[in-house]
Design a protein around this ligand. Structure first.
Ligand code: IPE
Ligand code: IPE
Ligand code: MG
Length: 246
């Protein structure tokens, strides 16, 4: 993101009766879903990608304007070559196969995370779909690939150091930092959901989700349907968010 991108506005969604405009999901449990059935882990990842399609389609009618999904973390390179390459293939196929539908359905697709470590062909597909869907406004879909919050903050710190060195700013404000993140221009998530029963954020949006609501469900991602999302949204929309106020 350019260092001079517009500062990010925090979302309000405050008080009871609000709606989660921006939902972020840590899609976890694909491997366990497959292993439980005696299948290779990649079968779980393929089923997980099918679930993404369904959830993306359901978002507009559920009042979700922004959906940010965690597809591959900076730590996931520790997995076997077979699994990593299989996942990269799934990402490429998803972009190719869904390009037409996303264009027609008003989905703007973007990516966060470091790109230089990704296969150049995948990088080209990513840039292509971002350009092709840049004018869409019905749903903002952001996919985190090779994303890690600490890595993102380190890259942002480098950009900020440059701005300070050039004398553009004397010291970084929160807005200056937000504008240097991969998510510059995105509202903060209102709600972060993690599937599979784990209660941790695993390096996902640590700056942006500092004031988000969290919801943890035991459902494994390949079993997660739009009905689960609707149920969570209905249950959490009444939560009082105070943002530190009395
Ligand atoms: C989430 O499912 C998808 C990715 C991290 C790529 P996992 O692959 O982590 O599934 P489990 O947690 O091993 O079941
Ligand atoms: C988090 O899941 C990353 C994604 C969902 C892409 P992991 O399965 O990698 O997280 P840990 O290892 O359980 O913390
Ligand atoms: Mg996992």
């Amino acid at each position: 993101m350019p260092a001079d991108a517009a500062p990010v506005q925090a979302t309000s969604f405050s008080g009871g009766g609000g709606r989660a405009r921006h939902v972020a999901i840590i899609m976890d449990g694909n491997g366990r879903w497959a292993t439980e059935r005696g299948w290779p882990r990649l079968v779980g990842h393929r089923r997980g990608a099918e679930r993404v399609k369904q959830v993306v389609r359901a978002c507009p009618e559920l009042g979700v304007d922004w959906l940010t999904i965690y597809a591959f973390s900076t730590e996931n390179w520790k997995r076997s070559t077979e699994e990593v390459l299989g996942l990269m293939g799934i990402f490429a196929r998803y972009i190719r196969r869904e390009a037409e539908a996303m264009s027609a359905e008003g989905v703007r697709m973007r990516f966060i995370g470091g790109r230089e470590r990704l296969d150049p062909k995948l990088q080209t597909l990513m840039a292509g779909i971002e350009a092709r869907t840049a004018g869409n406004t019905r749903l903002n879909l952001t996919v985190a690939i090779n994303y890690g919050g600490r890595d993102e903050l380190a890259r942002a710190a480098t950009r900020l150091a440059g701005r300070i060195a050039r004398g553009e700013i004397a010291a970084a404000s929160e807005a200056d930092l937000a504008a240097c993140l991969d998510t510059a221009g995105h509202p903060d998530p209102d709600l972060v959901i993690r599937t599979s029963g784990e209660h941790r954020i695993s390096n996902f949006l640590p700056f942006q989700a500092a004031y988000s609501e969290y919801e943890f469900t035991p459902v494994l991602w390949p079993d997660f349907t739009p009905a689960h999302l609707a149920e969570i949204l209905g249950r959490t929309s009444q939560r009082q968010r105070r943002f530190g106020a009395a």
